[in-house]
Design a protein around this ligand. Structure first.
Ligand SMILES: *[C@@H]1O[C@H](CO)[C@@H](O)[C@H](O)[C@H]1NC(C)=O
Ligand SMILES: *[C@@H]1O[C@H](CO)[C@@H](O)[C@H](O)[C@H]1NC(C)=O
Ligand SMILES: *[C@@H]1O[C@H](CO)[C@@H](O)[C@H](O)[C@H]1NC(C)=O
Length: 415
């Protein structure tokens, strides 16, 4: 997750380098056929599945782009309403610097979204405010700093509820399954504690590598940046309320071209992945070019700062604006902690032994607050943060388990 701060440096280096690659002629350079980037719906269609794009507006004006795989062509379960084929709903939410594409890149056989669709689910992929797909607001101009004045608090408090309400309204379902990776878990914890009425709309919640309490994080960037931005002060003030690494099509195209075509530069992509995931050992190296094409997908600096604040405070609480602003915003000098005892959903926690961003020791603090919980420790001692979505064995170790727990719930609660 937060390794991505470092990845930025690598990305910048790779792009700078790419610009200097000697080319035979000027024309060669111009003739490189840059691919137009697919959006998630087109990616889904290219894999032979029906892909839909939906827009939902949050109560504070952000327009979020969601994608949907309504049914699986393998099951032929595209029945009309009157045929009463039940397709339970799942919403899958990405992590920091990521977007809906991350749950598609492993392809139809191994990616979580397709695995769910093939088991009869109506699959929805969310996109948080600020990433490549959700960069629009009906009230604030995207070039105004206020557009970027949000953290994962707002994603949990406004984006998730808006997406869930939209999906339930459209499908006529009363509740859905939720799967989050990394920040997708943080935002779920925000929603379920800050807006506890949403617990009733959740069937099961699968938290893949949840960074909630973060005192034991060992990940280098978090630890390294903590003295500068972990507490309110000049560092945080200089950095907050900005887009962090503006996603830009030129950079993406260069990276994509670099990663797919040039054996020498492929090593840069591998470095990128190593910085990103910790251990390339489990990662599916074949999908690196696609990862580079779709990531990083953009965040507000406040999201990163808020995570680093969690590391420093060892608490799960609201964004720390400093004493004066906290008093104005929250009525207290210290930011208020989220009340985790409000979370009544059935929560499944998944912890990787080699995950430096969502540490097992920190995840182990969660069950005491949760009324319905199960904690799974992945057996593989090398299982890291990105392995939850990109590992070669992600289907057998993660996806199959998550889906069968969802199925069990739906089977037990059949009406
Ligand atoms: C932003 O969202 C609004 C409301 O959905 C829409 O009318 C407008 O076209 C969008 N703007 C862009 C640039 O996508
Ligand atoms: C690390 O984890 C332990 C055990 O869950 C917890 O008591 C402690 O507060 C955490 N944070 C630090 C900084 O040690
Ligand atoms: C690895 O990634 C490639 C390219 O996206 C995909 O086709 C393949 O199925 C993946 N393999 C596994 C085991 O996930």
């Amino acid at each position: 997750m937060l390794k991505e701060f470092l990845v930025i440096l690598i990305v910048t280096a790779a792009v700078a380098l790419a610009a200097r690659i000697p080319r035979a002629t000027e024309n060669d350079f111009i003739d490189i056929p840059f691919k137009r980037l697919k959006n998630s719906a087109e990616r889904i269609q290219s894999h032979g599945y029906p892909g839909e794009s939906h827009f939902v507006e949050t109560e504070d004006g952000y327009v979020l782009n969601m994608f949907r795989i309504p049914y699986s062509p393998k099951l032929d379960n595209n029945a009309k309403e009157e045929e009463e084929v039940q397709r339970p709903v799942v919403l899958i939410q990405h992590g920091l610097f990521s977007c809906s594409d991350c749950f598609l890149l492993n392809g139809p056989d191994n990616a979580l979204a397709y695995n769910y669709a093939d088991r009869g689910y109506d699959v929805w992929l969310g996109n948080a405010r600020g990433n490549i797909y959700s960069r629009n607001n009906t009230k604030i101009n995207i070039n105004h700093p206020n557009f970027w004045a949000f953290s994962w608090h707002e994603i949990g408090a406004y984006d998730l509820p808006a997406m869930i309400d939209y999906i339930l309204e459209l499908t006529g379902e009363k509740a859905l399954h939720y799967v989050g990776h990394s920040q997708g878990c943080t935002t779920f914890f925000v929603m379920a504690s800050f807006r506890p009425e949403y617990n009733a709309k959740i069937k099961t919640a699968h938290m893949l590598a949840p960074p909630i309490f973060m005192g034991n994080v060992t990940e280098g960037t978090v630890v390294g940046l903590a003295p500068y931005v972990g507490s309110p002060g000049i560092g945080a003030e200089l950095l907050q309320n900005q887009v962090f690494l503006p996603w830009n099509e030129v950079i993406q195209r260069v990276l994509d071209t670099v990663c797919s075509n040039d054996p020498y530069l492929l090593s840069y992509c591998k470095t990128l992945a190593i910085m990103w995931g910790g251990d390339l050992g489990n990662l599916n190296a074949t999908l690196l070019p696609q990862v580079a094409e779709t990531h990083p997908a953009g965040i507000s600096t406040n999201q990163g700062i808020h995570f680093i604040q969690s590391y420093v405070s060892n608490e799960f609480r609201r964004y720390d604006w400093g004493r004066k602003k906290n008093l104005a915003k929250y009525g207290t000098e210290e930011p208020p902690a989220y009340d985790l005892t409000q979370i009544t959903s059935q929560v499944y926690l998944y912890a990787g032994p080699a995950d430096g961003s969502a540490n097992l020791k920190d995840i182990a603090r969660l069950p005491q607050y949760l009324s319905q919980h199960t904690l799974f420790e992945i057996e593989d001692p090398t299982w890291g943060h990105l392995d939850f979505i990109f590992a070669l064995k992600v289907k057998e170790i993660i996806n199959d388990k998550v889906i069968s727990l969802s199925e069990t719930y739906d089977w037990l609660n059949k009406d």
